[in-house]
Design a binder for this molecule. Structure first.
Ligand SMILES: NC(=O)c1ccc[n+]([C@@H]2O[C@H](COP(=O)([O-])OP(=O)(O)OC[C@H]3O[C@@H](n4cnc5c(N)ncnc54)[C@H](O)[C@@H]3O)[C@@H](O)[C@H]2O)c1
Length: 247
């Protein structure tokens, strides 16, 4: 049912917390994966590409790299997460305008150019699946009580970026549907990654399934969305969040 044999799928951000699991599960399913990340070395034989999403030429070169070797792109999953070094430092009232502008540029504008260039290839092929990454905080507002015990916060740019990616996904799905190019958005809940104990306790208490997510709660959804099993699914915003956005 999930025919993935012979598929060529690019994973942008393939070396990240979630990206690594996506690459692993795609390969297990028989997919040829182009592992593209700023921390990769470009290696034609190993299908790895040093991608800088903030450099449009690098995006163009990734596409050229893939087409020269395989002649098509069946799927593109973007789990990259570029952000400034001081990400997470500011509460709303202290957030410098430059920090806002730079992160919107890094996190949202890079999604535009990558999706636009990939879509051109897929429109020509008359097939393809694009998977964008949102978050629970693109769907609902933040629950700030989970940060109260230690004075942390979630950066304001995040909700704007993720909300933007979500409706950009719907726009693309509507625009590209006639060309059999599907575009969906995966929205994870918080993924456990050695966060502070107070945060994890509060998060688990608020979450209906009483735990944070793991990369293997997210990756199978991405695999499904690039498979033939999802061939009539487009424009969907799918949360894998233990029920966070249900309440
Ligand atoms: N981890 C979570 O709790 C969580 C929750 C909700 C949504 N998400 C979303 O899931 C996605 C993946 O998150 P993650 O936790 O795996 O992130 P991560 O930081 O672990 O990984 C992101 C990857 O992107 C790569 N990257 C950064 N800048 C880049 C650039 N300029 N060009 C190319 N690659 C670049 C990094 O090298 C890294 O491998 C993000 O969109 C994030 O917002 C994550």
């Amino acid at each position: 049912m999930w025919n993935l044999e012979n598929k060529i799928v690019i994973v942008a951000g393939g070396r990240g917390l979630i990206g690594k699991e996506i690459v692993k599960e795609l390969k297990n399913a028989g997919v040829t994966v182009i592992d593209a990340d700023i921390s990769c070395e470009t290696d034609y034989d190993k299908d790895t590409f040093k991608l800088n999403l903030l450099d449009n030429t690098s995006i163009e070169e990734l596409i050229k790299f893939t087409l020269e070797k395989y002649g098509r792109i069946d799927g593109m999953i973007n789990s990259a997460y570029p952000h400034t070094k001081d990400w997470g430092k500011y509460h709303f009232e202290d957030d410098p305008y430059e920090h806002w502008a730079e992160n919107i540029n890094m996190q949202l504008n890079s999604v535009f150019y990558l999706d636009q260039q990939i879509a051109k290839v897929m429109v020509e092929q008359k097939s393809g699946s694009i998977v964008n990454f949102g978050s629970i905080y693109g769907i609902v507002g933040n629950d700030f009580t989970i940060y109260e015990d230690y004075g942390g916060t979630s950066p304001v740019e995040y909700c704007a970026v993720k909300g933007g990616i979500i409706n950009f996904t719907r726009y693309l799905a509507s625009y590209l549907g006639k060309d059999n190019v599907r575009v969906n958005c995966v929205c994870p809940g918080g993924i456990w990654d050695h966060q502070r104990e107070e945060f994890v306790r509060n998060y688990n208490h608020r979450c209906p399934m009483k735990r944070m997510g793991n990369p293997d709660d997210i990756a199978p959804l991405c695999v499904f969305l690039v498979s033939e099993g999802a061939k009539y699914i487009t424009g969907q915003i799918i949360a894998a969040d233990g029920g966070w956005t249900a309440i």
